[in-house]
Design a protein around this ligand. Structure first.
Ligand SMILES: NC(=O)c1ccc[n+]([C@@H]2O[C@H](COP(=O)([O-])OP(=O)(O)OC[C@H]3O[C@@H](n4cnc5c(N)ncnc54)[C@H](OP(=O)(O)O)[C@@H]3O)[C@@H](O)[C@H]2O)c1
Length: 330
C-alpha cells in the first residue's frame, strides 16, 4: 500500500523524525475527470522549515495532521481525464506522498524525455531555476561588468544564479561552505569564491570586490548579509531570496545591523517569492535552454531514496550537507 508523510508536531530547532508520521493511503476509485499520480520525486526546500511553523508567510502553515506540503513530479498511472492520459509526467504541489488522486488542476504536464533527467523539472527547468532567473533579472537587474555576489552559491538556486550571472556578463563572487563546494562554484565559472566556514567573509569580500558590490543575491541572511551591506556600491540591489542561516532559529531571526548603508549607497533591498513568477515559467525555460545546450548552465541533483527519508533530507539541506538540488525519490 502507498504511504504519505504527515506533519504531526511543530519542530523546535532542527526538524525531528518524530515531527512526522508515515500513514497508509486509503485506496479510492477514480471519479470521471480524475487521475491517479504516482509521485516519483519530491523537492526538498528550505522554505519547508517555515511552512512547518505557525509563522505567517506567503502560504499558510501546514496544519498538524496534514500531508507535508511539497513540490513534486510524477507519472499518471490511472486516468479518467479526457486530456491527461496514463504515462503523462506532471509537476506541481504533490505533497510528500507516494500517490494522490486529483482532477489535474494546478498540475503542469511536461515532456520528461526532453530533459537531461526528469528531476530537472524540479531544478533548472522548475521552481529552482525560476527563482534564480526571475530573482536575478527582475529584482537584481544585473548589467555587464557589474559585481554580483551570491551566497549558498553551491546550492540549487545559488549555483544557477552564479551561472546566469556569468551569462549576463557580471563578475561573480560565490560564497559557499567548504573546499569541495567552493571548487565546484569555481568550476561553474565564478571569478572568485569565498569559503565562509574557513575565511573571514568581510575581509575576503573586500579583497574580491575592491570597488564594492552592485548586486547581492542573498540566500542566507545573518552575518553574511551584514558583511555585504558594508560593501555596497552606489545604487546597489540586494535580492532577498532566502535566509537559511535563520530558519532553525528558536528566537527572533538576526536582523541586519548595517542596514543604514542602504541610505548612503542609495541602494535597494527587495524580497520576492517565486510563486509570483510561475506563470512566466516558459519564458525562463526559453532563456535558459540555450545556455544548457551550450554547456553554460549545469545542474547537480542530490537524490535521497525513500519517502521515510524526507525528514533526514530536510535536515541535510538545513545543515548544508546536500550537494546540489535536494530531492527525495519515492
Ligand atoms: N524566494 C523564493 O521564492 C525562494 C524559492 C526557492 C528557494 N529560496 C531560498 O533560496 C535559498 C536556497 O535554497 P535552495 O533550495 O537552493 O537550497 P540549497 O542552496 O541547495 O541548500 C541550502 C544551502 O544553504 C547553505 N546554508 C545552510 N546553512 C547556512 C548558513 N548558516 N550560512 C550560510 N549558508 C548556509 C548550505 O550550503 P553551504 O554548505 O555552502 O553552507 C546548503 O547547502 C534558501 O534560503 C531558500 O529559502 C527562495
Amino acid at each position: 500500500m502507498p504511504h504519505a508523510l504527515h506533519l504531526i508536531a511543530r519542530p523546535l530547532g532542527e526538524p525531528k523524525d518524530s515531527d512526522f508520521e508515515l500513514r497508509e493511503l486509503a485506496q479510492t476509485d477514480l471519479a470521471e475527470g480524475e487521475i491517479r499520480v504516482a509521485v516519483r520525486y519530491v523537492s526538498v526546500d528550505p522554505a519547508m522549515r517555515i511552512w512547518m511553523t505557525e509563522q505567517k508567510s506567503y502560504w499558510p502553515p501546514v496544519g498538524l495532521g496534514e500531508v507535508m506540503r511539497a513540490g513534486g513530479i510524477g507519472e499518471i498511472v490511472e486516468s479518467k481525464h479526457p486530456k491527461l492520459p496514463v504515462g503523462t509526467w506532471v509537476g506541481g504541489m504533490t505533497g510528500v506522498t507516494e500517490e494522490f488522486v486529483t482532477n489535474g488542476k494546478g498540475l503542469r504536464p511536461f515532456d520528461a524525455r526532453a530533459l537531461p533527467d526528469p528531476t530537472w523539472a524540479l531544478h533548472v527547468f522548475g521552481a529552482t531555476g525560476f527563482t534564480a532567473y526571475f530573482g536575478l533579472h527582475e529584482i537584481g537587474h544585473p548589467k555587464p561588468g557589474e559585481t554580483l555576489v551570491v551566497s549558498a552559491a553551491a546550492g540549487a538556486v545559488g549555483s544557477t544564479v552564479v551561472q546566469l550571472g556569468k551569462a549576463a556578463g557580471c563578475r561573480v563572487i560565490g560564497i559557499a561552505g567548504g573546499a569541495e563546494k567552493c571548487a565546484y562554484v569555481k568550476d561553474l565559472g565564478a571569478d572568485a569564491v569565498i569559503d565562509y566556514k574557513n575565511e573571514k567573509v568581510g575581509k575576503a569580500l573586500s579583497e574580491a570586490c575592491p570597488d564594492g558590490i552592485d548586486v547581492y543575491f542573498d540566500n542566507v541572511g545573518g552575518e553574511i548579509l551584514d558583511a555585504v551591506l558594508k560593501r555596497l556600491r552606489l545604487r546597489a540591489r540586494i535580492v532577498l531570496c532566502g535566509g537559511i542561516s535563520q530558519y532553525n532559529a528558536t528566537g527572533l531571526p538576526q536582523g541586519p545591523a548595517n542596514y543604514l548603508s542602504l541610505i548612503s549607497a542609495r541602494a535597494r533591498m527587495e524580497g520576492f517569492v517565486v510563486i509570483d513568477y510561475l506563470h512566466r515559467g516558459e519564458e525562463a525555460i526559453a532563456a535558459m535552454a540555450p545556455l544548457v545546450a551550450q554547456g553554460k548552465l549545469k545542474g547537480k541533483v542530490d537524490v535521497i531514496d525513500g519517502l521515510s527519508q524526507f525528514p533526514e533530507a530536510l535536515r541535510r539541506l538545513l545543515a548544508g550537507k546536500n550537494f546540489g538540488k535536494q530531492v527525495v525519490q519515492m
